[in-house]
Unconditional design. Structure first.
Length: 107
């Protein structure tokens, strides 16, 4: 599972109203970033992106460039896996939401 929560693109999502949305709420018992990662059911890649964004440039003995490259590396892995899933779904005759998107990158 690459996405947070159910990982199902067809699950109902909250309406984006521009007002305070539930997906920004924090659990009352969250005491650290790992609590948030677990609460949102982030997988390894998403969790690493989240941690690198949160501490961006603050981790001892690393730089902002290090964190940016880490974010990019994990994001590229996620994108590649999502594209494989879309191709697999098309091959199996089961188009998914977003399967017809073309971002102009030949993928």
């Amino acid at each position: 599972m690459l996405c947070v929560n159910s990982g199902d693109d067809n699950h109902s999502k909250p309406e984006a109203t521009g007002l305070g949305n539930n997906y920004y709420n924090l659990p009352d018992d969250a005491h650290g970033i790992q609590d948030l990662i677990e609460w949102k059911k982030m997988d390894f890649s998403i969790g690493n992106i989240f941690k690198a964004c949160y501490r961006f440039g603050e981790k001892p003995d690393t730089t902002k460039l290090y964190d940016a490259e880490k974010i990019k590396w994990f994001a590229e892995r996620i994108i590649a896996e999502l594209k494989r899933e879309i191709k697999r779904d098309k091959f199996n005759g089961q188009p998914k939401a977003g399967a017809d998107l073309d971002y102009g990158n030949g993928g």
